[in-house]
Design a protein. Structure first.
Length: 230
């Protein structure tokens, strides 16, 4: 697959394989490991894609929302220590009546999100079964391009562009999103793009991504560069 094919591809499995070595661990072509956080946030965004097809209850929404906050919200990480989360993961396999159901669901989702190819195949099967969304593969491909930097490029955001205004606008934009879809606010992202450019950044791919239609979700590779997230 060439870079131009990557940008136009509607084949999510082929795209993910470019980000994965034979061992099955996420890396890009220059050998850097793609963090667990990115995989989890991609998985959460994928989970939201199927909700309009199968319906979803508040517990499922709470589970996905919890996972997203777990990897992005310092308060959540401080409240639920690593040891506590290990207990929740164990509860997913041997449920304890005292464990909140949304946490058990979150743990189950975490297990699935460790296998992104398996999750993609599951989403495509669901979409085919319901025959309600023939563009599911294309939507997943868009999410891959949203969360992961192209394997053909190495994007760098210079610290000098990370001004007070840029960081402030980025934080607001990152946490202002549609509660049902998880989508970030496009208007805020366009304002952020202007601020980034005014700070001196002229990187076309970065600015075009912020000004594009999206989808934009937590884990967006540009937002992660600006906010210095892994």
């Amino acid at each position: 697959m060439t870079e131009s094919e990557w940008l136009e591809s509607n084949e999510p499995e082929s795209m993910l394989r470019l980000l994965m070595p034979d061992e099955g661990l996420f890396t890009n072509q220059i050998g850097r490991s793609l963090p667990v956080r990115k995989r989890r946030l991609f998985g959460a965004a994928c989970s939201r894609l199927v909700w309009p097809l199968v319906g979803v209850n508040d517990r499922c929404r709470g589970a996905v929302d919890y996972l997203e906050r777990l990897y992005d919200d310092d308060a959540i990480r401080n409240e639920f220590t690593e040891r506590y989360w290990d207990e929740v993961l164990e509860a997913a396999r041997l449920p304890d009546p005292q464990t909140p159901l949304f946490l058990i669901l979150a743990a189950m989702l975490t297990d699935r999100m460790g296998d992104p190819l398996g999750q993609i195949r599951h989403l495509l099967r669901v979409a085919e079964e319901y025959e309600s969304d023939r563009k599911m593969a294309a939507r997943i491909a868009d999410l891959i391009r949203e969360v992961f930097v192209s394997p053909f490029r190495t994007e760098i955001f210079s610290p000098e562009f990370r001004t007070g205004d840029v960081v402030s606008l980025a934080k607001v934009a990152y946490f202002d999103r549609d509660p049902s879809t998880g989508a970030l606010n496009n208007e805020r992202l366009m304002i952020l793009a202007d601020a980034v450019q005014e700070a001196g950044c002229e990187e076309a791919a970065l600015l075009e991504h912020l000004r594009g239609d999206g989808p934009h979700v937590r884990g967006c590779w540009v937002m992660d560069l600006i906010l210095d997230k892994e």
